[in-house]
Design a protein around this ligand. Structure first.
Ligand code: CP3
Length: 356
């Protein structure tokens, strides 16, 4: 594999000195880019894109051709894992993901097993291909959903606004939910390790729905299983440290606990003040975030102002420890020029802030 030409993202994750604040965006490959929509149409469907390593590689690289991003993220989806468990994933046009089968009663839970990683071979092939095509330009991030967030889709069968099915299980039959979460944790651990062996240089765990849990239950049903995943991850591959990021949407009140989970960085949404987050965690971890994705609709001036606010909140740039990102995925309605302004401002302003 080619040596890395831009390691600012990895350095910031490991809290090593950096010349500027690195930036990438959650869902940076997606429908806000016309070239993505074109490739998706060619592939016929979302899964057609994700399951074909050539297409997956192409759409992973698309945002990097337009913007000076400091990292690439594998193009795939968190729901590939429950799909490999045999639940039958479908992406309905304009409706979001759906599973043909749910895991809700005792028999369904008993039948659940860790999938053979060979069924996810297309993901690992995509990772290796992307690494080769990147040719060392920027590092490649691999990812997975957290055990809890995956369980939300497996029990609900689709996205949910009230999480009624999974919370019924949580309060009525916590033993069944713990069994699902244990299997998910093993699956996620194997899945991320296979991505690392295939060439992922950092990994991220998306706990997108951790924030819907009550205090105390978040720790028990989400964070404990994320910790289990982290405890068995490959942390060094071919002589390089593989940093791990844990992103919990709505997890601002738990960052002390998350920082102690064994991750290198905590991803936070826009409700968190980054300076306060650092003080609360005693600088044990790096932070990734946290511009409100809707700020990208504010026009050039507002985007630049809000980007500076996030950088200033974090504090001195040169010490590392901050990876600029959005607080959640980019909206499909975002004008691509807004991303140009954002990336430009993050790089320019943080370089100035660094040199004084
Ligand atoms: O960040 C990237 O560019 C990498 C690709 C990526 C996708 N999904 C592609 C995708 C990543 C990292 C994900 C993670 C993911 N998927 C999460 C966790 C992050 C988060 O947003 O909280 C979740 C919860 C999912 C599940 C999922 N996949 C949903 C709810 C949807 C539909 C929502 C929507 O935006 O329509 C998807 C589909 C999906 N995954 C799209 C993309 C680009 C859009 C689908 C399309 O092209 O039709």
């Amino acid at each position: 594999m080619a040596p890395l030409k831009n390691n600012v993202f990895l350095r910031a994750l490991m809290r090593e000195p950096v010349p500027y604040t690195p930036v990438w965006l959650m869902r940076q490959a997606g429908r806000y880019l016309p070239e993505y929509k074109q490739t998706r149409a060619q592939a016929g469907s979302f899964m057609g894109l994700a399951q074909n390593p050539d297409y997956a590689c192409e759409v992973t690289l698309q945002p990097l051709r337009r913007f000076a991003l400091d990292a690439a993220i594998l193009f795939s989806d968190i729901l590939t894992v429950p799909d490999a468990m045999g639940l039958g994933l479908q992406f309905m046009e304009g409706e979001g993901p759906r599973f043909d089968r749910v895991v809700r009663d005792e028999a369904q839970v008993q039948a659940l097993t860790v999938p053979d990683m060979d069924r996810l071979r297309y993901v690992f092939d995509a990772v290796t291909l992307i690494r080769r095509e990147l040719d060392g330009k920027v590092p490649l991030i691999g990812f997975s959903g957290s055990p809890w967030t995956l369980a939300c889709y497996m029990v609900e069968g689709r996205g949910s606004s009230d999480y009624r099915q999974i919370k019924t299980m949580l309060y009525q039959r916590p033993d069944l939910l713990h069994r699902i979460l244990k299997i998910n944790a093993q699956a996620v651990q194997q899945y991320l390790n296979a991505q690392i062996r295939a060439g992922a240089q950092a990994v991220m765990i998306f706990d997108s729905w951790g924030g819907v849990l009550a205090d105390g239950l978040f720790q028990q049903f989400s964070l404990d299983y994320t910790r289990l995943v982290l405890s068995g991850l490959i942390r060094e591959h071919e002589g390089e440290r593989i940093p791990a990021v844990v992103f919990t949407k709505g997890g601002g009140m738990w960052i002390e606990d998350i920082a102690k989970s064994g991750c290198d960085a905590v991803g936070v949404d826009w409700t968190v003040n980054l300076g306060e987050a650092r003080r609360r965690t005693g600088d044990q971890v790096a932070f990734q975030g946290n511009l409100d994705p809707m700020a990208l609709f504010g026009g050039d001036e507002a985007i630049r102002r809000e980007a500076r606010r996030v950088i200033d909140d974090f504090g001195p740039v040169g010490e590392g420890g901050h990876i600029f990102n959005l607080g959640h995925g980019i909206s499909q309605f975002t004008p691509p020029e807004a991303v140009t302004s954002l990336v430009d401002e993050v790089h320019m302003y943080s370089r100035q802030a660094h040199t004084g």
